[in-house]
Design a protein around this ligand. Structure first.
Ligand code: SF4
Length: 385
């Protein structure tokens, strides 16, 4: 087994790297059929289509900065920035730590001056590709969301995308039209079920009928300018419904991914995660650690809280490490602070266990950790949420 792995590992890594390079450049290839069924008249998002387009988009937003840093150890600017304009959600989804993390904070809304300061720096930076005015919240609870999107769009460089992820409960026809008019390029609606019973178990606190009604109404709108994705987060409780979900919503772009433990913040993760056989797990490690020689989150993305705090990783719902504040510092300063550089260096040396958030993170344990480290540290036991 070990010998086979020893021989297979470079091959798997090589194939993974070739495919990733191809994938990243998909939109540059002469593939006229690769046009999204929504957002097809918007040059920023028209080539982001289906499952393949989603991953191509993800790779474009994650890989270039890691490669640049591995070569130069130079300064970086995030390729994607998420801004939490309000720290509230109206749901308590099974795969989300919101009820026992963000929900425990006082309700707060980002003030306009701070938001404008963030936007003004982002639009000066051509390296910023994707601006997402939502994080760890339901963005449509912010009554100023359309205004905020309009502000970004009016100042942004032509290639910069503005994107939202929502649970869809407030995505009424009126609201959808206002978001499109404001210049929203792409919206992802989180569904994760194919029937009402499962929906009520997974997307706790929301109404299936209301969200389905909103999606039906949205499908009758002119979606030429706005790309729409529906997202399915796969876990034990809904895994059998993915194929029905795919058939039901062919008119939108779809993608799915497996539940992750949000850097250890998600409770009961081991009961939710879908376990694969040992061979699949080992293949994941071989490919994952080759595609990402370090975790993309701290090389490519930034998460700004409503009070201006910037945490080390947007995947860490417990906000364990605040590395700066955009009220008093620039995004560029924070992203290239001594601590961020130290974290990146620890990661390329494989020393994730020394970073508090990473040490319990399923992304690290299931994808990034090289097999020999996994075995040496004997950390193959389940990760607790
Ligand atoms: S490994 Fe660390 S940086 Fe990467 S997602 Fe997990 S907590 Fe974030």
């Amino acid at each position: 087994m070990r010998l086979i792995e020893f021989l297979l590992s470079p091959l798997i890594g090589f194939i993974a790297e070739v495919l990733t390079n191809l994938w990243m450049n998909l939109e540059k290839l002469p593939l006229p059929f690769l046009v999204s069924r929504t957002g097809y008249a918007n040059p920023r998002v028209r080539r982001i289509s289906g499952w393949t387009g989603y991953w191509a988009h993800t790779f474009r937003l994650t890989i270039p900065n890691i490669r640049k840093w591995m070569k130069t150890r130079g300064d970086l600017f995030p390729l994607v920035i998420q801004v939490q304009t309000i720290n509230r959600c109206n749901a308590a989804c099974d795969f989300c730590p919101y009820p026992y993390t963000v929900h425990l904070q006082d309700k707060r809304v980002m003030d306009d001056d701070l938001y404008s300061k963030i936007v003004d720096e982002c639009v000066r930076e051509p390296g910023l590709l994707d601006f997402v005015p939502m994080s760890k919240n339901e963005p449509l609870l912010d009554v100023k969301m359309e205004e905020r999107i309009r502000e970004f769009r009016s100042k942004a460089q032509p290639h910069q995308i503005v994107e939202l992820v929502t649970n869809g409960s407030a995505l009424t026809p009126v609201r959808a039209k206002r978001l499109m008019d404001a210049g929203l390029d792409m919206i992802t609606v989180s569904i994760s079920a194919a029937n009402e019973e499962t929906y009520n178990k997974v997307m706790v606190g929301l109404s299936w009928k209301q969200v389905m009604g909103n999606l039906e109404a949205l499908s009758r709108e002119n979606l030429a300018k706005m790309n729409v994705y529906l997202r399915f987060i796969k876990e034990q409780g809904n895994r059998k419904e993915l194929s029905v979900f795919r058939k039901r919503w062919k008119l939108y772009n779809l993608f799915n991914f497996n539940v992750n433990n949000r850097a250890g913040a998600l409770r009961g993760y081991e009961m939710k995660v879908i376990q694969h056989g040992d061979m699949i797990e080992r293949l994941k490690h071989m490919a994952g650690s080759r595609i990402y020689p370090a975790c993309p989150y701290v090389f490519s993305s930034m998460h700004i809280l409503e009070n201006g705090d910037v945490t080390m990783c947007l995947n860490d719902w417990a906000d364990r490490e605040v590395i700066g504040n955009v009220r008093t510092q620039t995004i560029r300063e924070i992203y290239n602070s001594p601590r961020m550089k130290e974290v990146r260096e620890l990661m390329v040396q494989g020393r994730y266990e020394e970073i508090e958030a990473c040490s319990g993170c399923s992304f690290y344990h299931e994808w990034l950790k090289p097999l020999e480290v996994r075995e040496r540290l004997e950390l193959a036991e389940p990760i607790t949420g």
